[in-house]
Design a protein around this ligand. Structure first.
Ligand code: GLU
Length: 479
């Protein structure tokens, strides 16, 4: 028999924006679908009406698209199992619930919330875990939809295999009569996702750690429905930078769209998100999307929490930026130039970009890193005073060095080679360290705390601009 076509899904609840931790299971599911030439399905789990945040369904879709995680079936594009919005699938949950009722495996919960609370407290007093099934009503009420509908579980031990966590087992004490349909008519996640995953023919359920404790109950429900469970893979939490708590928005984990807006590359974001817990067993850290599709595997996802480190993301993005051909990078950064660059030719801007490509970590830095190529920034003597090495020199010494630099630059034809040679001669002539001489010339000609290689920078600024700025610096030192 041919194996079933792989179908994975991402099933977020529209309760807010997606931070990079929350979108990781989507990336895993997308990769598994792509590497098996299968289908990736998007389903919105909007049955908790109290927690729903307006617009977040759209926001989630925009985030997935921005990362290039296109889905084959979903609420916006439909598909063979339409609808893909749980709130529009209520009939389906009712029909399956009825089958359970008919089989004697579901019953109306007759208790008020206060009564259930008192059972809970009683269990606490007796230092017993609370199990609803210890309070199953003797008589069954006909379910009219105004009470919660509960699953009548059949407690037993379970052993199962999780594609990430490995072999797992639990005893019968974790099995309980959970709610299938709430009194507001909406199904619980616990029930709805099982019906949807079945009807949508999902082969791999890849989700976060918060659901693992409920898996035995899901297995019990599968048996009651006489259906077989999909492959399950539980991704450990993404932890905050301290490596202790689960990553939250408070840890600075931003909305995926914010990163895209700041000029993080979708490929780098996907690479970073996958690397939260996965590696290919070698030292390689930077992967193209194609490489990830080939190499990713659930069984190499680590079982313990991975931590989120934004600096690592910036480093990784820088690596992806360096790997881009200059012309391609140029097209991508079009919205990020400083205002002063407008009116400058593409050719000039490409040269500037070529010089900063090496150190650019994300596009939003471009403006800051390149402004001095387009305008004279005001002289800022603090750049000298606050510099560890230059700060020790007296104004008189700074003046002498700058005057010598001026003579050297006046003689140069401003090719990179000529500038390199002459600057090296000047280094010998003044017996200075590059950290002093070159930093001083760099600051004088850019008025920026950091700049690319000196000879290249000067060559691109040109002779006139470089000498004018040296002159401005000398004037400031004199006053
Ligand atoms: N709606 C659930 C959530 O957003 C989905 C869990 C799952 O992937 O099954 O947490």
């Amino acid at each position: 028999m041919p194996e079933k076509d792989v179908r994975t899904r991402f099933a977020p609840s529209p309760t807010g924006f997606l931070h990079v931790g929350g979108i990781r299971t989507a990336v895993f599911a997308w990769l598994v679908a792509r590497q098996n030439k299968g289908k990736f399905i998007l389903r919105l789990e909007d049955t908790d009406k109290k927690r729903e945040v307006e617009g977040s369904g759209q926001h989630i879709m925009d985030s997935l698209k921005a990362l290039g995680l296109e889905w084959n079936e979903g609420p916006d594009i439909g598909g063979p199992h339409t609808p893909y919005l749980q709130s529009e699938r209520l009939e389906s949950y009712k029909a399956w619930a009825q089958k359970l009722i008919d089989a004697g495996r579901a019953y109306a919960d007759p208790y008020t919330a206060e009564e259930v609370q008192s059972f809970r407290e009683e269990a606490q007093r007796n230092k017993q875990p609370f199990l609803y099934r210890n309070h199953r009503p003797d008589k069954t009420l006909t379910w009219d939809g105004s009470q919660p509908l509960r699953f009548k579980s059949a407690p037993k031990p379970y052993k199962w295999h999780d594609a990430i966590m490995g072999d797992l087992s639990t005893g019968p004490e974790v099995i309980d009569d959970f709610i299938l349909i709430k009194s507001d008519g909406y199904p619980t996640y616990n029930f709805a996702h099982i019906i949807d995953d079945l009807e949508m023919e999902i082969t791999h359920v890849i989700r976060g750690q918060e659901f693992i404790a409920s898996v035995p109950n899901y297995l019990n429900l599968h048996e009651a429905l006489d259906i077989s469970p999909p492959i399950m893979a539980t991704a450990p939490h993404v932890l905050g930078p301290d490596g202790k708590k689960k990553l939250s928005k408070r840890d600075g984990a931003k909305d995926v769209l914010d990163y895209v807006r700041d000029g993080f590359l979708p490929d780098a974001l996907v690479n970073f998100i996958v690397s939260l817990g996965w590696n290919d067993g070698t030292e390689q850290e930077v992967f193209t999307r194609e490489e990830l599709i080939q190499k990713f595997s659930l069984d190499r996802v680590q079982k313990s929490g991975a931590h989120f480190d934004e600096r690592r993301l910036a480093w990784m993005n820088g690596a992806h930026i360096r790997a881009l051909p200059l012309e391609e990078l140029y097209k991508k950064v079009s919205g990020f130039w400083p205002e002063e660059a407008s009116g400058h030719s593409d050719e000039h801007k490409i040269q500037v970009l070529g010089l900063v490509q090496e150190r650019l970590k994300y596009f939003a830095e471009l403006s800051e890193l390149t402004r001095f190529f387009f305008i004279d920034l005001p002289v800022d003597l603090l750049l000298v005073r606050d510099n560890k090495q230059l700060g020790k020199l007296e104004t008189r010494e700074l003046n002498i060095l700058l005057e010598q630099a001026k003579v050297t630059l006046e003689q140069s034809n401003f090719t990179v080679q000529d500038l390199t040679d002459r600057l090296n001669q000047l280094l010998e002539q003044t017996s200075q360290k590059p950290g002093i001489l070159f930093s001083l010339i760099r600051i004088a000609t850019t008025q920026a705390p950091a700049s690319p290689a000196l000879a290249e920078t000067l060559a691109l600024l040109g002779k006139e601009t470089s000498l004018r700025r040296l002159g401005q610096m000398l004037e400031s030192l004199a006053s």
